[in-house]
Ligand binder design. Structure first.
Ligand code: KIV
Length: 273
């Protein structure tokens, strides 16, 4: 079992994450979308649970995160909240609910907080969503930023390749990260950018930087649960470490069940009334 120096019963707060960065303790973060998985992940000692809009891909089978709605995110967040006692729960604001209209952004964030009881929201983007971030923060709702590969902008990027390899984009990313810290975000996710750039951002900022495909020089790591547990086997980027083959385990169990039903072995006398 890996060492977890965090007090296992103490509730994780945004403030505790900042303290963890300052004492050099790495932050663990994983997605969850339902009650049962969230309960297992929380009891295992995860620091942050993200109700990611990746639910659009891994739960609903869409090819992008764009189709998921605010109502669907709230449904997932409510289910997750029922299973979590210790981890900080952050919920993604879905595509089209915060860009370009800070009043709508606040209304979306308020719905998430009121209806799901989650503790923070995550938004993709930098300077272009500054007003939305500020308005949400002004209502006392903690905001996590998300820069680098921002999947809600896939139609603008055209590919899921590594971002910010060129100086111009790297400079904008650094400026955006500083801006998000200045306006009051409590942490930032950096997705799929060069490790050197991510580590530079983590050093320059006082808030925690959580990486996904951003190397080891940041303050914590986040992965999508279905990817790291080997449920979603069609996605194998270089940054992904698989900790289990749950697709294999499930296929085996389901095939054994089918065989037992077909042969009449299930149910036996002990399994009957
Ligand atoms: O939606 C999600 O799962 C995310 C992570 C990839 C950070 O935003």
């Amino acid at each position: 079992m890996s060492t977890n120096t965090v007090d296992n019963n103490r509730k994780v707060t945004t403030r505790r994450l900042v303290e963890m960065k300052h004492r050099g303790e790495k932050i663990s973060m994983l997605t969850a979308y339902d009650y049962s998985s969230a309960k297992i992940i929380d009891e295992a000692g995860m620091d942050v649970i993200l109700v990611g809009d990746s639910a659009s891909n891994v739960m609903a089978g869409n090819t992008t995160t764009l189709p998921i709605t605010l109502d669907q995110m709230i449904y997932h967040a409510k289910s997750v909240m029922k299973g979590v006692k210790r981890a900080l729960v952050v919920v993604d604001l879905p595509f089209g609910t915060y860009q370009g209209n800070s009043k709508e952004a606040l209304a979306s964030a308020v719905r998430i907080m009121k209806e799901s009881h989650a503790e923070a929201v995550k938004l993709e983007g930098g300077a272009e969503i500054k007003e939305s971030v500020e308005r949400i923060l002004s209502a006392g709702i903690p905001v996590m930023g998300h820069l680098g590969l921002t999947p809600q902008s896939i139609n603008k990027f055209g590919t899921y390749n590594v971002r910010a390899k060129e100086k111009e984009e790297a400079d904008k990313l650094i400026a955006d990260a500083k801006l998000l810290e200045e306006v009051g975000c409590f942490a930032i996710v950096l997705e799929k950018i060069p490790a050197k750039l991510a580590s530079q951002v983590a050093k320059q900022l006082t808030i925690p930087i959580i990486g996904i495909g951003a190397g080891g020089g940041v303050d914590g790591q986040v992965l999508v649960m279905h990817d790291m547990l080997g449920i979603n086997k069609g996605f194998s980027p270089r940054f992904l470490r698989r900790y289990a083959d749950l697709a294999g385990v499930m296929t085996n169990a389901v095939q054994n069940y089918i065989a037992d039903v077909k042969s009449g072995d299930f149910p036996n006398e002990k399994e009957s009334y």
